[in-house]
Design a protein around this ligand. Structure first.
Ligand code: HEC
Ligand code: HEC
Length: 240
C-alpha cells in the first residue's frame, strides 16, 4: 500500500510537470485551438475558452488515435486498441462505442496515477484534456465490437450473476448499472457488452484486490469468487 501511494505521488508529480510543459508550449504557439470551430463567438452554453470545458473535435480525435503525434510523443492508439477501437487482443480492451465521459475519466486517472497501469500511464502522459475529449468522442461514435461467450459450462452462472446478482452475498445485478444488454448507461456506467473476457476478468480482479479504485466496483467485486468473476466476464463478452 505504502509503495502504491509512493508511486502515485511520483506519477502525479510527473503529471504536474507534463501539464506545466503543455502550458509553456501553448504560450509559445498560441493558436493551438485551430481545431475549435468557433473561437470568437461564445454560444450561450459554451463559455469562452474555459480550460476545463473544451469542445469535442471527433476528426482530430480520429487522426490522433490512428497516427499519434510524434512531435508530442503521442503513440498511435490503434497499435494496440485496433481500428475504430475494435481491439484484436484479449488483454487490450475494446474501446469502440464506449461512453466518452467514461473514457475521458479513465485517461485522466491513468495520467494522474489514480488508475495504475504502466503502459497506459505512459500513453496518457502526453495527452491534454482536449486530446482526451477528442479521442473519447471519436471512439464513442464507432460501432460496438461484438464477441462471444466461450465457456459453455459457466454461461448460466455468468448470466444469473449479470442479470440477478447474488442475493446471498449482497451482490447487486450487474445489469442494474451496466444495462441488460451490456451497453452501459451514459455517462458513468461503462459498456461491457462484447468486451474481451480476459480484460474484464483482469479488471474485476483489480477491483477485488483494491488496486483499481471505485467505491461501487470495489464493494461488488470484493464479494465475488474467482470462478464467479471468470463466469460473468465470459458471459459479458457475448452480450450485445
Ligand atoms: C502498447 C499498447 C497500448 C497502446 C499503444 C495504447 N493502449 Fe490503451 N490500454 C492498453 C492496455 C494494456 C490497457 C489495459 C490497462 C489496465 O489494465 O488498466 C489499456 C487501457 C485503456 C483504456 C481503459 C479502457 C477501459 O475500458 O477502462 C483506455 C481508455 C485506453 N487504453 C485508451 C488509449 C488511448 C487513447 C491510446 C492512445 C493515445 C492508447 N490507449 C494506447 C494498451 C495500450
Ligand atoms: C452500482 C452500479 C454498478 C453495478 C451494480 C456494477 N457495476 Fe461495474 N462498474 C460501475 C462503475 C461506476 C464502473 C466504472 C468505474 C470507474 O470509473 O473506474 C464500473 C466498471 C466495471 C468494469 C470495468 C470496465 C472497464 O472497461 O474497465 C467491469 C469489468 C465491471 N464494472 C463489471 C461489473 C460486474 C461483473 C458487475 C456485476 C457483478 C458490475 N460491474 C456491477 C458500476 C457498477
Amino acid at each position: 500500500m505504502r509503495q502504491t501511494s509512493q508511486i502515485s505521488k511520483l506519477a502525479s508529480l510527473r503529471a504536474g510537470f507534463a501539464v506545466l510543459s503543455i502550458f509553456a508550449l501553448s504560450g509559445i504557439v498560441s493558436p493551438v485551438s485551430a481545431a475549435d470551430p468557433v473561437p470568437m463567438a461564445p454560444a450561450a452554453e459554451a463559455k469562452p475558452a474555459v480550460p476545463g470545458k473544451p469542445k469535442a473535435d471527433s476528426a482530430a480525435g480520429e487522426a490522433l488515435y490512428n497516427a499519434g503525434d510524434a512531435t508530442r510523443g503521442v503513440v498511435a492508439c490503434i497499435t494496440c486498441h485496433g481500428p475504430k477501437g475494435q481491439s484484436a487482443v484479449s488483454t487490450w480492451p475494446k474501446l469502440s462505442a464506449q461512453h466518452a465521459a467514461y473514457t475521458v475519466k479513465q485517461l485522466k486517472s491513468y495520467k494522474d496515477g489514480s488508475r495504475v497501469n504502466a503502459i497506459m500511464m505512459g500513453m496518457s502522459m502526453p495527452l491534454n484534456e482536449q486530446d482526451m475529449l477528442n479521442i473519447a468522442t471519436y471512439l464513442s461514435q464507432q460501432a460496438p465490437s461484438q464477441g462471444v461467450a466461450e465457456n459453455k459450462d459457466t454461461i448460466l452462472l455468468g448470466q444469473n450473476i449479470y442479470r440477478g446478482g447474488i442475493a446471498s452475498k449482497g451482490v447487486q445485478a450487474c445489469a442494474g448499472c451496466h444495462s441488460p444488454n451490456g451497453a452501459g448507461i451514459p455517462s458513468q456506467y461503462p459498456r461491457q457488452g462484447g468486451q474481451w473476457a480476459e480484460y474484464s476478468y483482469n479488471q474485476l480482479m483489480n477491483f477485488n484486490q483494491g488496486t483499481r479504485k471505485n467505491l461501487q466496483m470495489n464493494s461488488i467485486a470484493g464479494k465475488l469468487s474467482d470462478i464467479e468473476m471468470k463466469a460473468v466476464s465470459d458471459y459479458m463478452a457475448g452480450l450485445r
